[in-house]
Every structure is written in structure tokens, then in C-alpha cells.
Ligand binder design. Structure first.
Ligand SMILES: C[S@@+](CC[C@H](N)C(=O)[O-])C[C@H]1O[C@@H](n2cnc3c(N)ncnc32)[C@H](O)[C@@H]1O
Length: 255
């Protein structure tokens, strides 16, 4: 979703909002999905839309065993898959692209998933309102690579955001990042290397070449494979101490 038409982003004019450069809308949404946006979305997003610190204990009727979050879930297939595999986990999905939100709402309804809450906006508006150490697992999958060097700062995986990820993830929590863009992969590794909050300890190439067994292939992952690009999966652990051990050949990871 890096192609942006002149009608689309960036949003300017509201100084409190960070500029968002992705797409917010795509093709016309079908009436049944539009109805879900009008009725179901407000129920699933209300608690995350409050201006104050999110009451994570009050997000779900039954307190979940843990709280996980996916940033930029696209059409939501991975998030829905996690929610149905792990019914005792609460999941926060973050996605400003309304057609993607509509697709996930349809899956939530079809599969009667009651462990998902949604924030249909830029994650940078939510991060500061999440309490310290409230998240046990964070997924950032095939995030827009913004390949032009001058656009790299639009990426989600930046040092600034990583500081917030470190704050909201508790010690031992997992940050899963996947991408088919080697430049972005390199940046993610370098950013983590500069931070003292995460460790990356691959045991071998299968660690970064194979999708974690509980994950589902996303739409963008499928697109990448179709075009002959091999994704890289990085699992970082929130460590709190400087433990990163990035192999010397990191920047030449063989896809
Ligand atoms: C390339 S798509 C990948 C979607 C999905 N994860 C997949 O693998 O199919 C990246 C998604 O991240 C979302 N995104 C980009 N910047 C974001 C931000 N600041 N906050 C939340 N979502 C964001 C975009 O709207 C887009 O849907």
C-alpha cells in the first residue's frame, strides 16, 4: 500500500496528528460491510478511542490471559487467525485502512470472535495511551516498506516507535516483524541493535526463513511470494538488558 494517489495522504492541518501517508480508503465498501462499520466497529473500538490512558483491564468482559496487538493488520486474516487459535488471549488490531477494517469485521462476525478490539487509526495515536508493560506479543507484518530512502522515515518500525514498543511490551514479550523488503529488514535489525531493550537470538536460518507455525500467510506475504520475493521473519524479545547478538552477516541474510 505504498502507492499513494494525489488525493490521498499526507494529512496536514491538525498539528496534534502525525502525518499518515498510507491509504485510508479503497474501493466502495459493500452495504453489509458498511453496516458492520456503522454498528460493530463503534462497539469494538470505543474503549480504545478514549482520550485518556486505555483501561486495558476493562477491554473485555472476561479478562484475557494476555493482551497481544497487531499493527497494520491489512485485511485482518492473521489477526482473526490468532484470535480463533487463542480464544483466551485478547487482541488489539490497529489499521487505518477502512476496507481492511471492514474485511476483519466480516470475519469477526462470521466466526463469532469476541476477543478482538480495534483501533482504526494511526498506531502513533494509540501508543502513548497504552500503559507500560501491558502487551505480551506484538505483530508487525509486511508493513509498508517505503523503499525510497527519503520516505524511510514513514515506516512503522522506526527508533521512535521502537521506544514506545519497548515501553508497552513487558519483559520477555515477543515482537514479531516480517518483511519481504531486505532494506527494511536491515533497518529493523540495525534499529534493534541500537536499542538496549530487545534481543534477537536466532538459532539458525530457519528462524528467519520460516514463518512461525502459529502464524497465517497474510495477503502481502502471498503477494511477495507470487513475485518471487522470500519473506524474512524476525522474532525479537523484550529483554530490558543489552543482549542483542546480531550475527556479523546479518546485513547479508540469504533469502
Ligand atoms: C503493506 S500492508 C500489510 C498488511 C498486512 N499486514 C499484510 O501482511 O497483508 C501495511 C498496512 O499497515 C498499515 N499502516 C501503515 N502505517 C500505519 C500506522 N502508522 N498505524 C497503523 N497501521 C499502519 C497500512 O494501512 C496497511 O494496511
Amino acid at each position: 500500500m505504498t502507492e499513494v494517489s494525489p488525493k490521498e495522504r499526507p494529512q496536514r492541518g491538525d498539528s496534534a496528528r502525525p502525518n499518515f501517508y498510507g491509504r485510508r480508503k479503497g474501493h466502495k465498501i459493500r452495504p453489509a460491510r458498511r453496516a458492520l462499520i456503522d454498528t460493530l466497529l463503534p462497539r469494538l473500538s470505543a474503549a480504545l478511542r478514549q482520550p485518556e490512558t486505555v483501561d486495558v483491564d476493562g477491554l473485555f468482559d472476561t479478562p484475557p490471559r494476555d493482551l497481544w496487538m497487531e499493527i497494520g493488520f491489512g485485511a485482518g486474516e492473521h489477526l482473526a487467525h490468532q484470535a480463533s487459535q487463542f480464544p483466551n488471549i485478547g487482541l488489539i488490531g490497529v489499521e487505518p485502512y477502512v476496507n481492511g477494517v471492514a474485511a476483519l469485521l466480516a470475519a469477526i462476525k462470521a466466526d463469532s470472535l469476541n476477543n478482538i478490539r480495534l483501533f482504526d487509526d494511526d498506531v502513533r495515536l494509540l501508543l502513548p495511551r497504552l500503559p507500560d508493560g501491558c502487551i505480551g506479543r506484538l505483530f508487525i507484518l509486511f508493513s509498508d516498506p517505503w523503499p525510497k530512502a527519503r520516505h524511510n522515515r514513514r515506516r512503522v518500525f522506526t527508533m521512535e516507535n521502537l521506544r514506545e514498543f519497548a515501553r508497552i511490551l513487558r519483559n520477555g514479550a515477543v515482537l514479531r516483524f516480517a518483511s519481504d523488503d531486505m532494506n527494511y529488514v536491515r533497518q529493523a535489525l540495525e534499529t534493534v541493535q541500537k536499542s538496549s531493550d530487545f534481543s534477537w537470538r536466532p538459532t539458525g536460518p530457519s528462524d528467519w526463513r520460516e514463518r512461525p507455525t502459529d502464524a497465517l500467510e497474510t495477503r502481502y506475504e502471498a503477494k511477495a511470494r507470487l513475485h518471487g520475493r522470500s519473506p524474512v521473519y524476525l522474532t525479537f524479545i523484550r529483554s530490558g538488558t543489552r543482549q542483542l547478538r546480531v550475527p556479523k552477516k546479518t546485513c547479508n541474510l540469504k533469502l
